[in-house]
Write a protein that binds this ligand. Structure first.
Ligand code: ACO
Length: 358
């Protein structure tokens, strides 16, 4: 894909997107609008990487498509300069100079309270809070914004840690990366593509169930494959881990079709399942692929993304208490736009859930 010089060139490229991605995202946009009408407001989404031109271009589209109320964190002069040099209109974009924000001392105090038994001092909390990623995380944690997106200009680990340190995890959740793979006649969910180097069987079972909840939200009946290099061997090492992960996931969600260990072709080809492994509890093509480790998951989604013929959305961060998603650094403006749409949707889901609870 060619680099995009300015907003006008980007708009032409966005309009040329066709196929499954367009259908999926259009339907998500429609749901964001319906929810916003019901709730009475568009979600406030905060962007800590205000000087990234890719982020600013995606924000412009979000405003035109009425996806969110964006807040961009950073030095106002630098942000305006960046927007000007790419011909991006900043109307309706709130720019927040976090270091001079009246809430800065309160956020520092809050971070210190949470991390004092993890070895941080007040001075350290102040230093961390001057990082826009921490400030944005604290905004969503305290309800001063509904969702956030970072990672377009920060390496993944540095972008995700502020979220884990402030927002933290939902009850019993395991943090994990999810990518959604869209092909003409397939919708696949890949996990964990970004967080855990070598997850245990227990963590993989939880990740599978968390992914199943996302698939169900998008109207898909989850069929989960625990992937390895062997079919139902349960051999020492990875096959045994994936076999155990399948057993644990079945206990967590006995209503779902889940099995493993199995190879990737068995997982997504029901003819192989019926002909060679008719005993498998996975009936039909898997739509959730749980990988045994970070290498296999990350390599798979990145290869697919480059080879083409499929569209890859995400990564999305599973397990966080609030809608916070971390992009890959090589992300494109279109992917940022789709990530904002899904972050907005996730934040509305969390708002509904919290309203029901209280
Ligand atoms: N289950 C529960 N909690 C967890 C888990 C887990 N699996 N992993 C992290 N946490 C919690 C930690 O307990 C910690 O909480 P606490 O500080 O309140 O006790 C918090 O999250 C963060 O902990 P840290 O110690 O600061 O960070 P950690 O060393 O755990 O690193 C990280 C987390 C950064 C996600 C690390 O696992 C990592 O680097 N993962 C790989 C990132 C990567 O390179 N991905 C691939 C490329 S990215 C891409 O393709 C877009």
């Amino acid at each position: 894909q060619k680099p995009i010089a300015d907003w006008n060139a980007y708009r032409d490229q966005l309009e040329s997107i066709q196929g499954p991605q367009k259908v999926f995202i259009r339907s998500a946009v429609h749901r964001v609008h319906e929810n916003a009408e019901r709730l009475g407001y568009l979600p406030k989404i905060v962007f800590p990487e205000g000087t990234s031109s890719k982020i600013l271009m995606a924000i412009r589209t979000c405003i035109e498509e009425k996806i969110c109320r964006p807040v961009v964190i950073g030095n106002p002069e630098q942000i305006k300069q960046k927007a000007k040099s790419h011909d991006i209109d900043l109307t309706d974009v709130e720019i927040l100079d976090h270091s001079n924000d009246p809430k800065f001392p309160l956020y520092v105090e809050e971070l210190y309270k949470r991390r004092q038994r993890k070895g941080i001092t007040t001075k350290e909390a102040e230093r961390l809070m001057s990082d826009p990623n921490y400030f944005a995380s604290m905004m969503i944690d305290r309800g001063d914004a509904d969702g956030m997106i970072n990672g377009a200009a920060t390496n993944y680990a540095d972008a995700v840690k502020p979220i884990l340190h402030t927002v933290g995890l939902a009850k019993d959740a395991v943090p994990a990366g999810l990518n959604i793979v869209l092909a003409d006649n397939k919708l696949l969910f890949f996990a964990d593509t970004t967080v855990n180097f070598n997850p245990t069987a227990e963590q993989l079972a939880r990740i599978a169930v968390q992914t199943a909840q996302v698939a169900e939200y998008f109207g898909q009946k989850p069929r989960i494959a625990m992937l390895s290099f062997s079919n139902f061997s349960g051999a020492d090492g990875t096959p045994a881990k994936m076999k155990k992960a399948a057993e644990l996931a079945k206990k967590l969600r006995p209503d779902l079709s889940i099995d493993g260990d199995m190879q990737a072709d068995t997982a997504i080809n029901s003819e192989i399942q019926q002909r060679i492994f008719p005993f498998s509890d996975l009936k039909g093509e898997a739509n959730i692929l749980v990988f045994p480790n970070l290498e296999s998951a990350n390599i798979s989604y990145k290869l697919l993304q480059q080879i083409g013929k499929v569209e890859v959305l995400g990564p999305f961060l599973l397990g966080s208490r609030r809608a916070a998603n971390v992009l890959q650094r090589t992300t494109t403006v279109e992917t940022i736009f789709s990530s904002v749409v899904l972050t907005a949707l996730e934040s509305q889901f969390i708002t509904d859930w919290r309203n029901k609870k209280h």
